[in-house]
Unconditional design. Sequence first.
Length: 420
Amino acid sequence: MKFKKIYAPFLKLIEGQEKKILNENTEYRVIISFENISKRDKFISKNKKVSVLKKFDFIPSICTNLLKENILLYEQEDLVKVIEEDQRLYSSILEVNEVLGIDRIKGAQISYTGKNVKVGIIDDGINITFPSVSNISQHYQKDKIKPNLKEITHGTIMASVIANQFKNENNHRIGIAPDVKILDFYISNSQKEYYFSNVLEIFDSILNQKIELNVILIPFITFHPSDGLDILSLACDLLVEEGVLIVCPSGNYGPNSSTIGSPGAAKKVITFGSLNKDFTITSTSGRGPTLDNRIKPDFCLPGSRLEIPLSNDLQITVTGSSVAAAIGAALLAIVKEFKPDLTYNEIYELIKNSCRDLDLDNNSQGFGVPHILNIFKEKGIYEERVLPYSYLVRKALIFSVEFSLILSVLLLFFTYFRIT
């Protein structure tokens, strides 16, 4: 029998597990989606034994736990559109090391700082006790689990890459886009486990509360690769159509091909792979193609051993493709500050056309490294009088390696944080 309503990768998973010795009472955490809210509500009313854990409106659906026999039963239900796994999401940070004492830094104000741009971070919460992220605009907590005041959460790291408020000796901030308004969409829970359903809840909140956003960073990815047709990928694509840019990492399941999961595999999500300091692809960075044979990641940015100051006496060294994605989110914020009316397609083509080709496989590098100077020149943002090379260099931490002077302005932004 062919099961048309069970998402193909999920069907493959549960059929494969038939060969294993499993308890017949093993339940799968699933999401059942419907054509509309009316059909969803009829299904709930009709099947009262189904324990609904969560329900969503953006893509009408429910989250529940089902035995395999019930999955196959509900697959025959006319009201049902798709049944798939509520896949677990994993952060894309491989390594975090604390380093005491930071290098002395030089600083200068720069005009392009993400002013009037709103960036949402869907993560495990941002710990605002660190000076690096003391400017968080607003918190949206789905669960009331407060982080330890000393905890360096993944969300704190992401916010510190984008909008670090830590100040140098000249009282200048060192963030890539320090004036963005960051909205903390906090999905942490006591189990520290994150699923599709957690992000779908956030999407519902964004739409129902009419929260204005320009960019959303989702620094998570699934273990299993995706074809971009899972419910989270589809939801991301729909939200992009509403005018929000969504940025994701390629994940850390490389170097094999087809190792990019959801939501990084979504068609309209801008996905970033990770670079080493020598401009090779980080071995663990997720590779394409997607399961439906599209090129991913879209672009690549540094994501290996980036040192980020959190306070006067504490900095961390982080590695992972979510670092590259956070840099990418900051890049988009800078572009949106000056050209807020640019559409997703216009921004994507602008970045694509600016890229420096690393002469690597497209499914490792995407279209290459964005060359921000080209973007600024094309859109009339860059002016030599305002942004001379020497002016940008002054806003920099000391590099531990020498970079060529022909690198893009973006890589000058990277010098806010020392790469080792």
